[in-house]
Ligand binder design. Sequence first.
Ligand code: HEC
Length: 252
Amino acid sequence: MKTLILTVAFALSAFQAHAAGGPSIPMDHIETDISDQESLQNGLTLYTNYCFGCHSLKYSRYERSANDLGIPNEIFEENLMFGDAKIGQLMDISMPADQAKTWFGNTPPDLTLVARLRGPDWLYNYLRAFYSDPKRPYGVNNVVYKDVGMPHVLAGLQGVCAEAPELGVEPEVDPLSGNIVKSSGCKEFVAEGSLSPEEYDQAIYDIVNYLEYVGEPSRMQSESLGIKVLIFLAFMFVFVYFLNKEYWRGIH
Ligand code: HEC
């Protein structure tokens, strides 16, 4: 009996390995959730509108995202695809790498595997870490990725932060007034964006969630399969328990 319980307990415990590469600066932490379809759909929409112009996702197909995110093919084709791309194709783009290098100093990398390479926390902080720096070619710098070649493409949503935002700050609320006295993120803007800081954080969370999904799309299926296996194991356990009792009944 003991061995049986141990075996089941072992089967139930989940192990999750995290990519190495500890952050050298403090960062805010997020828990991604690739079962949150609404977040994934919003992330994909933001990605195609704000990122896809420069960053391909060339190891994944449009159709896979459409199916996994529950978006009918026609709606996907009409709203989330540009030019003459076909739903069965890889999500590649046609930006010439050498020209991109002249424009930005660096070629915008493909982002299919970036969430596995950098980790979701890094991405979540990076996209919230731009600030005004007139010395840089595009007028912005980034706390997480110093002297980055990427312009602040989400400035219309976030606004442009006046100075380097602090990240990884434990939020602190004044118990008397209920006001937030300390928190992560930008405190003062030189240009306003259309979203509130909370809405912007949510938008970035959704983009990162989508990138996390794209990095390992089969995890979505394996997670739902995993749950079915656990339910099966739970039923089996009850069955085996009583069977075990029945076998030993006459012996003790
Ligand atoms: C106008 C072109 C352009 C757009 C649009 C753009 N980027 Fe970039 N991005 C770049 C360039 C160029 C780099 C490389 C910067 C460098 O290495 O200095 C980069 C780098 C990155 C990196 C760092 C990759 C790494 O591991 O080094 C990430 C992550 C990233 N971009 C995410 C995004 C996301 C998410 C969006 C959409 C919200 C986006 N980018 C939109 C040009 C762009």
